[in-house]
Design a protein. Structure first.
Length: 422
């Protein structure tokens, strides 16, 4: 993944939506990628991303206009000053602004927050210069799973599930017991995935923290509250249980009382993964986040401003540079899986697993800049109830870190397996 001139994959030259892993792009490769984007037509897009638009209809014309504008933005970006990341034509190239907003689905934390300064040196920090919290070589392959939230604003639930799965996978005792449960039930290792749908539909949100709940947004903390109280079932058990819904989940399911009708109680009485509690890390602090990522046993649920992520194609994305002077409106939940500290002239980065599917970004992941002065890279969110707060919370919040990464981070503790009678 590192190098002084990594060439773009040949497949990506033919299909600009393919994930790339780029640290530095040489001019020749950039020119080839730019030409591939220029030649990528709306017809190609419709075929590649399986759109059902019919040529000559009003819908076709509407989506073509959005695509054309997005393509022009990508060409302009690639034609401008060289950056540490690439923009490309992704599956969001025909999305309206409201459709993009629905993909965020994260509105913040159920805690009142205030501004704070740099980290106090209350302990000796012992984290390495680089760390990956995923166990990608495990036979269970849970760390490789990248979910797609589709039209449901459930990023908060998927981030929590990604974090729980990775931490479960790192616990040999849990996985041994889980294997026995799967074998006795006629299941295989492939059925070890946890159910993000259970988190989405069984998490209550009485204070409207992060939205109205379900597909209309909530918080990772609320997800962990639900798992602490009730546990999270396997996806296979959730899918086997009868459903009250006869359609794919979407924001229309997020109305008052949705969890009473959509939470599958029979699945919640099967084999469940539980936690004893969760740890909320200090607000706007760099070192505690790095230390926790290194020593706590797995990824961490984090909050970010993902407003400008839709065209991310590969590389180390920064929130400062051409047209960007910092992004501090927290509106999305993700799983923070690793980091690399900046050294000399080499950029550092946070590695994040998103919930927009494996065809976005770098196989579903994004690397975003880890700055030397993360705690000093801050800004005000002055309209938190549009994208941040719970009922009764302040209207302003002080946010620090690249894309606000330092503001709100949480991870579960005491993960364990518990089994209920069927």
């Amino acid at each position: 993944m590192r190098g002084a001139g990594i060439l773009l994959a040949a497949a990506a030259l033919q299909a600009p939506g393919v994930a790339l892993h780029v640290d530095v792009v040489d001019r020749r490769s950039l020119a080839r990628h730019l030409e591939a984007v220029r030649s990528f037509s709306f017809d190609h897009f419709v075929e590649k991303f399986n759109r059902s638009y019919v040529a000559g209809t009003e819908e076709w014309a509407h989506r073509l206009a959005i695509f054309t504008k997005e393509k022009e933005a990508v060409v302009s970006f690639l034609s401008g000053p060289r950056q540490s990341w690439l923009m490309g034509i992704t599956m969001f190239a025909d999305y309206t602004a409201s459709e993009r907003w629905s993909m965020l689905g994260r509105r913040g934390s159920p805690k009142n927050r205030t501004a704070s300064g740099a980290s106090a040196n209350w302990r000796e920090w012992t984290y390495p210069q680089e760390h990956n919290a995923l166990h990608t070589n495990s036979p269970w392959k849970l760390g490789n799973i990248v979910r797609s939230q589709g039209g449901c604003g459930s990023c908060w639930a998927m981030a929590a599930t990604h974090v729980l799965e990775a931490r479960m996978e790192a616990n040999a005792s849990i996985m041994k017991s889980l294997r026995e449960v799967l074998v006795s039930g006629g299941k295989t290792n492939a059925d070890s995935r946890l159910s993000s749908a259970a988190v989405t539909y069984c998490t209550k949100n009485p204070r409207n923290c992060g939205g109205q709940g379900g597909c209309a947004g909530a918080t990772t903390e609320l997800a962990f509250d639900m798992v602490k109280e009730r546990g999270i079932p396997l996806e296979a058990h959730w899918n086997d249980a009868p459903s009250n819904l006869n359609h794919a989940p979407s924001s229309r399911d997020s109305k008052p009382g949705y969890y009473e009708t959509s939470c599958k109680e029979s699945a919640m009485r099967r084999t469940l993964v539980g936690i004893t509690n969760y740890e909320v890390l200090p607000q706007n602090k760099l070192h505690p986040l790095l230390q926790a990522l290194y020593e706590s046993g797995g990824p961490i649920g984090a909050s970010v401003d993902a407003t400008t992520w839709f065209g991310y194609h590969g590389g180390i994305m920064s929130d400062r540079g051409v047209g960007i002077k910092g992004r501090f409106v927290i509106n999305h939940a993700v799983a923070l899986t690793g980091y690399k500290m900046p050294t000399g002239t080499e950029r550092g980065y946070w590695r994040i697993k998103n919930s927009w599917g494996p065809r976005w970004g770098e196989d579903g992941f994004i690397r975003m800049e880890l700055k030397k002065n993360e705690e000093e890279h801050c800004g005000w969110d002055r309209n938190t109830h549009v994208g941040l707060a719970c009922d009764g919370d302040p209207n302003e919040a002080w946010i620090c870190g690249t894309f606000g990464i330092l503001y709100d981070s949480v991870y579960p503790t005491g993960i364990h397996l518990r089994e209920y009678p069927r």
